[in-house]
Design a protein around this ligand. Structure first.
Ligand code: GDP
Ligand code: IMO
Ligand code: MG
Length: 421
């Protein structure tokens, strides 16, 4: 039987998963998102245009590919409807290309209010959430109080919605937080009507049948491994399993059905929101990365924190995910740096460690290894042989450390600015 390949982020999100999935889509029949929701922002560039996807899989622009929103995803109908409306100008047959799992959970307007109220109550301990209601929606899912996409077909859906909403309104009484639900609710129900235009499926059955028929499937992750609810920098994480195992639970495919695991990482590191980031730069180098790499959130527009590649964290992510192929993004952003640094260990009062500690506290000092920069523009490179020797050495070092080959090197945002090996 065919296996399902997985593409996921190895850092704190925004690695460039959207671009990678778009580039890989031509060799797959189906692209399936397995977790997260509209907290994600996946950017794609082609034909001189930029598109940002939040809930819809990144294979949607390629004719012939079927896109599936899996059971592990949380869907905000209002944001979904806006995304569909924007896409319809470019992908008029979107309702034929996109299927939605009945078991995906719905983000209610009151989930968003709860997210905002909870963040506001945290003071300096804020997660830096995208405030899309992700945490509260997953809490309801695991607490067995959630509403699922399939429920919109039930005759008493409105009553079920109101019951769930009223529980949230009770919870909100314990926060000093004002909000206006009426406007949110109207847009939400319009969004539900938009979802009704799509085919709702038992995606686990559809995907396993497709594998049995020999179809090729790529699972698309959102966020990154260091934002995983179990293995990320808890509590500064998202509320789902972003790692490879999340593709099994988020799509209903058995672990033995997982094939290639593409681990996507940037040539450096970024993080948006709060939480530890040992290699973060507060100097001109960090500012240059942010400016050249245009490191501003695709969902919230927030400036992303930038820093050097963290090999300790990258190796941890490779281990947890069982990465078989690495994909390095944004090599071009480091074009002008004389020296490139990579964190190979952390130093703390108790000594040096090369494995990820339980907590990444602010007292950890990164130990850096230096590499010579390539000091030339690599954005025109299309083959491995076009790359400067310094960049090749950097990539080979990463391959050796991680024990997996770098199969794709991205040298610009456009789908063409890609080197496959
Ligand atoms: P995702 O969430 O993992 O899909 O990543 P985002 O789309 O949030 O962030 C990645 C950003 O980097 C987007 O603006 C992409 O257009 C851009 N990008 C992707 N690959 C490259 C690359 O190789 N070079 C440059 N300069 N930008 C890239
Ligand atoms: P993509 O798929 C980067 C971060 C938020 C916050 C934390 C929790 O584009 O890579 P949440 O809204 O989930 O409660 O936020 O996770 N975060 C992301 N950071 N890329 C993302 O998605 C993210 N999704 C959530 O900034 O720190
Ligand atoms: Mg993103």
């Amino acid at each position: 039987m065919k296996k399902i390949d997985v593409a996921l982020g190895l850092q704190w999100g925004d690695e460039g998963k959207g671009k990678v999935v778009d580039v890989l889509t031509p060799i797959y029949d189906i692209i399936a998102r397995f977790q997260g929701g509209p907290n994600a922002g996946h950017s794609l560039h082609f034909d001189g245009q930029k598109y940002v996807l939040h809930t819809i899989p990144s294979g949607v622009f390629r004719k012939g590919a079927v896109n599936i929103i899996g059971n592990g995803v949380v869907v905000d109908p209002r944001i979904f409807a806006e995304e569909v409306a924007e896409l319809e100008t470019v992908v008029p047959d979107i309702s034929a290309r996109l299927l939605i799992s009945k078991k995906a959970h719905l983000i209610l307007p009151t989930h968003r209010v709860l997210d905002a109220a909870q963040e506001a109550s945290k003071g300096s301990g804020k997660i830096g959430s995208t405030l899309k209601g992700i945490g509260p929606a997953y809490v309801d899912k695991t607490g067995r109080g959630g509403l699922r996409v399939g429920d919109i077909l039930a005759p008493d859906f409105r009553a079920r919605y109101e019951a769930a909403r009223d529980i949230h309104l009770q919870q909100l009484k314990s926060y000093d937080f004002t909000f206006d639900l009426a406007e949110f609710e109207a847009g939400w129900f319009e969004g539900i009507d938009s979802i009704r235009r799509f085919t709702l499926i038992d995606s686990e059955q559809v995907l396993n049948d497709a594998l049995a028929e020999g179809k090729s499937i790529l699972a698309e992750g959102a966020q990154g491994s260091l934002l995983d609810i179990d293995f990320g920098t808890y509590p500064f994480v998202t509320s789902s399993n972003t790692v490879c195992a999340g593709a099994c639970t988020g799509l209903g495919v058995a672990p033995s059905r997982i094939g290639k695991v593409y681990g996507v990482f940037k040539a450096y590191c970024t993080r948006v929101g709060s939480g530890p980031f040992p290699t973060e730069l507060f100097d001109g180098d960090g500012e240059r990365m942010r400016k050249i790499g245009f490191e501003f959130g695709a969902t919230t527009g927030r400036a992303r924190r930038c820093g050097w590649l963290d090999m300790v964290a990258l190796k941890y992510a490779v281990m947890i995910n069982g990465v078989t192929e690495l994909i390095m993004m944004k090599a071009d952003v480091l074009n002008d740096f004389d020296t490139i640094r990579v964190c190979t260990a952390y130093e703390a009062d108790g000594g040096r460690t090369t494995t990820l500690p339980y907590e990444l506290t602010g007292t950890l000092r990164p130990v850096y290894r230096e590499f010579a920069g390539w000091r030339c523009d690599v954005s025109g490179a299309r083959r491995w042989d076009d790359l400067p020797p310094e960049l090749k050495s950097y990539i080979e070092y990463i391959e050796n450390e991680c024990g997996a080959p770098v199969r794709i090197i991205s040298v610009g945002p456009d789908r063409e600015e890609t080197i496959e090996r």
